[in-house]
Write a new protein. Structure first.
Length: 252
């Protein structure tokens, strides 16, 4: 989205800024024809001459095409909900004062957000959903919230709208809910569906992205993907997903 001109705030509560950047550069390098793991990008002291050239090229593309509109884990922002809401509100006001669109916000992931000492996990999540929804509505922008699945879903691999952990508020408030699961865990036709712990490492690369809730339609539709963990990329395996145009005319 940042590459297409949309300002984004990406708050990852489980990884450092350097780790996220390494993943982005690994993905760009793959798009440029190279195969470099994120962990290798973090180990600059071990780079070969070829790797250095490939990483430098990918980093240059990131700096030019994405960095001007992407904020990863801004300094001073913690996992505390009030810290997060205060920051994104401040950035929205700054953007709008400059005549720009308020940033899209991505939060990874919801269950790591903390609240006050008196709030339990469910209460914090409920307040987070309300605050982020209010941000999206007030500033006419988007918020993407990544969440952890509950224990039962992790055990069976089944994904439904209720598969999140302590996320009933999100189930009711979200306009769109997507779920990513192992393809071979799904029941399809004569396919019974395996448990996640029965899958081989190669089988775990086969994933399905499913719309579990669509306020404006599309519920139940899915798309199969192949995940490459080395380059952090997903490839569509069946080319039957119809391309559409967004408001900028960019094909998705």
């Amino acid at each position: 989205m940042a590459k297409r001109g949309t300002s984004c705030i990406f708050l990852n509560l489980e990884m450092a800024q350097e780790q996220i950047l390494a993943r982005s550069i690994s993905r760009i390098a793959a798009q440029q024809g190279a195969t470099i793991k994120a962990i290798e990008i973090l180990q600059g002291y071990n780079w070969t001459s070829l790797q250095r050239a490939q990483i430098t090229g990918a980093a240059a593309a990131y700096r030019e095409e994405i960095a001007p509109r992407m904020i990863y884990n801004p300094q001073g922002v913690t996992a505390n909900l009030d810290s997060i809401l205060g920051y994104i509100s401040q950035e929205a006001q700054r953007a709008e004062a400059a005549g720009e669109q308020a940033p899209v916000c991505v939060l990874d992931y919801l269950q790591l957000v903390s609240g006050t000492d008196r709030e339990d996990a469910a209460t914090v999540i409920k307040r987070a959903v309300a605050g982020l929804k209010a941000y999206a509505i007030k500033h006419n922008t988007l918020v993407f919230v990544i969440m952890a699945h509950n224990r039962e879903s992790n055990k069976t691999g089944a994904v439904t709208m209720e598969a999140g952990r302590d996320t009933s508020a999100l189930e009711y408030s979200a306009d769109l809910q997507l779920a990513l699961t192992y393809t071979l865990c799904m029941k399809r036709g004569n396919q019974k569906g395996k448990a996640p712990d029965e899958l081989t490492e190669d089988e775990k690369r086969k994933l399905t992205l499913k719309i579990t809730k669509g306020r404006f339609g599309g519920g139940g539709k899915s798309i199969d993907l192949l995940f490459n963990g080395e380059t952090m990329t997903y490839t569509q395996t069946v080319k039957d997903f119809e391309a559409v145009q967004d408001y900028d005319g960019v094909r998705l």
